[in-house]
Design a protein around this ligand. Structure first.
Ligand code: BJW
Ligand code: ZN
Length: 254
């Protein structure tokens, strides 16, 4: 492991452009449940009943209640050393594109903390492309207008004040298209990256899971950090086994 850490650090140090792709594992040490690992949400809940447009049409109150519960959980969580290390990396160096599948907003919070502690005015370079949306926003299911997440509405989703359709969390459900500008920017960054650093994702959900392959096919290297093997492991240049909260600060600096 120390040798792999050294190799990964050197690859990152020498890279001009780095794409970092994160998943739920990066927030696990903050107390945010993952989806598919032990204790993950999809081990107790069926995604078809909660995270599809059909589920929301069938039972908007159930889906809304589940997301309000998750918003409450996330409100109790704070960024961990993995988030902090990535945020500081993005503010210290040019050429870093952070892409997250997470909807918890913890990378944003880490970016603001890092900007404060480094005395940097603008935290934006450390804000990730959020390819699966963000829980801190709602979106109207009718007209698409985005608003800050509603903290009320325990008995079901509130109605849009513009068109009267129910609000929903501004996240991407199965079978829904990702915002083409957001996933397009991530794919562009993957194409030009010398290194794709993939942290805490099962790499099962497409198109996000295809980003490392784009880097690899354009002669970049892929470094994976995960507690367990994934479909990416076999083709990764380096695969580091361990918690992201410990391994990321070791390879990108803290
Ligand atoms: C640690 C750790 C620690 C734990 N340290 N590691 C190509 C092939 C097959 C299927 C498809 C395909 N293209 C599209 C599809 C369909 C589908 C898909 O990919 N299905 C597969 C699952 C089979 N994709 C879609 O539907 C996407 N849309 C789309 O493609 O649009 C075009 C289209 C339109 C119409 C019809 C068909 C296509 C949308 C996907 C949206 C995913 N949404 C969710 C929910 C978001 C909202 C919410 O939060 O509720 O996104 S599902 C869930 O999975 C969430 C996550 O972002 C995503 C990925 O999960 P992630 O982050 O990888 O977490 P886990 O839990 O899976 O893994 C955690 C990992 O961390 C594990 O490996 C652990 O070992 C590790 N770990 N602790 C280090 N401390
Ligand atoms: Zn509306």
């Amino acid at each position: 492991m120390p040798e792999l850490v050294q190799q990964a650090s050197a690859m990152l140090e020498n890279a001009q452009r780095i794409l970092v792709l994160t998943g739920a594992g990066v927030s696990a040490e903050s107390g945010v449940p993952t989806f598919r690992s032990e204790g993950g949400l999809w081990r107790s809940y069926r995604p078809q009943e909660l995270a599809t447009p059909e589920a929301f049409q069938r039972d908007p109150a159930l889906v809304w209640e589940w997301y309000q519960w998750r918003r409450g959980l996330i409100a109790e969580c704070a960024p961990n050393p993995g988030h902090h290390a990535l945020a500081r990396l993005a503010l210290r160096r040019d050429g870093i594109t952070l892409v997250t599948q997470n909807v918890d907003g913890l990378h944003h919070r880490a970016a603001r903390d890092a900007a404060d502690s480094l005395g940097v005015m603008n935290p934006e370079p450390a804000f990730p492309l959020e390819v699966h949306g963000a829980l801190h926003r709602d979106r109207c299911s009718g007209c698409g207008r985005r608003t800050a997440a509603c903290t009320e509405g325990d008995s079901g989703p509130p109605d849009c004040t513009d068109c009267g359709a129910p609000l929903r969390p501004d996240v991407v459900w199965f079978g829904e298209s990702l915002d083409p500008r957001v996933i397009g920017a991530a794919q562009e960054a993957a194409l030009h990256a010398d290194v794709c650093l993939v942290a805490g994702t099962s790499a099962l959900v497409y198109p996000a899971a295809g980003l490392p392959e784009i880097t690899r096919q354009s002669d970049g290297v892929v470094i994976e950090v995960n507690l367990a093997p994934t479909p990416l492991t076999a083709s990764a240049t380096l695969s580091l086994r361990g918690p992201t909260g410990e391994v990321l600060p070791m390879i990108v600096g803290s």
